[in-house]
Write a protein that binds this ligand. Sequence first.
Ligand SMILES: Nc1ncnc2c1ncn2[C@@H]1O[C@H](COP(=O)(O)OP(=O)(O)O)[C@@H](O)[C@H]1O
Ligand SMILES: [Mg+2]
Length: 431
Amino acid sequence: MTVAKMFDRQTELPNRDQLETDLELKGLQDREVGQLSGGELQRFAIAIASVRNADIYMFDEPSSYLDIRQRLAAARVIRGLVTATNYVVVVEHDLATLDYLSDFICVLYGVPGIYGVVTMPYSVREGINIFLDGMIPTENLRFREESLTFKISENADELQAVHTQAYHYPAMTKTLGGFKLQVEPGDFADSEIIVLLGENGMGKTTLVQLLGGKLEPDDPKDKVEMRVSMKPQTSERSVWGGAHRSVSPKFPGTVRMLLIKRIKSMFMHPQFNSDVLKPMNLEGIMDQDVQTLSGGELQRVAICLVLGVPADVLLIDEPSAYLDSEQRIHASKVIKKFVMSSKRTAFIVEHDFIMATYLADRVIVFEGQPAVSSTARTPEGLLTGMNKFLRSLDITFRRDPTNYRPRINKMESLKDKEQKQSGSYFFVDTD
Ligand SMILES: Nc1ncnc2c1ncn2[C@@H]1O[C@H](COP(=O)(O)OP(=O)(O)O)[C@@H](O)[C@H]1O
Ligand SMILES: [Mg+2]
């Protein structure tokens, strides 16, 4: 069945045309639903739920497969459904998106597969801060030992990391069918994380594969030779093969066997066990067959593998995909700690804005037109880079005064207007 046909069948409200515009579905009308990409299908599914005339709307993980601009568009669509007589329930793992779209938040905690507790509805700000803190103040109950904060002072220690290695990659171009990526040359050092920021189709995965030597640049003499370890973007099963693969869902054995085969020395290492395997919670799935793992379980295994392979440079494409917010917090902490303590460098593609902000020491901003041509800028500081990226998206962020996490300003709000006027798209310290 085509997109247009399914729309015809489901439409009950007069909002279809607007939804098609807001969710970029105009060009997809004649496509078979079964042939949509992950991101296209997600946008279509949100639209299909939104053309119904309902008392209660429910959305389960609407941000999956979407880039940050699409996440905010989806959030606006979902908010737009709210009237005086209905309500909307959303399960969402991207905390910046959740923050942007909610009026109230219930936190769920407990032990996965055993029990769960749903809290009273909190205000948005309080709910997210409680979740990041790992503590329910009204119950005086700590449900996680670690908290996640974004204090500049916390990150400053790591920024003062002593760099002992310097690396360089040259200017490159890569043509793929009708798409052309230009890469500005870049320098980087050990003990730093560089986050790649750009909309879908801008060539982030292409750059990762160029840096990993998996794709050859247009001019072969620009080829980058580095000792890398790579975690491909998980949704692209087709690229999970070949010499640089980080995990193969086809592996005929258990997780333990896979880890022993691929990262034996790290697997045996007590520090790797306590710093990586334990917080990534692999114990429970250690003896499960790799082929039976869920998306989130595979992702956790893949993150452990990419860190465990001996390499100077880690290339990690979308680590948060398939992970819930709790696992994202653990994964962010594990990756950051590991990169710093082992003096590696990591290039990370990440759409979860909270995670990206927490991870990034510097950023590479992609500018241009998705699927047509784009430029990967040279690595630059977090502040100037985020500013550039957010300006291109026409979004501004402020900081939460409690834990300094980034919060998206509502479009056209006073802060949004002020920050745009002064050119501070990212993080002005306002309380
Ligand atoms: N092998 C290929 N042949 C033709 N086009 C490709 C190929 N691989 C990627 N592309 C296109 O290149 C563009 C950039 O892709 P990608 O690097 O995956 O972007 P991102 O990771 O930023 O979403 C997209 O328009 C994609 O369709
Ligand atoms: Mg990609």
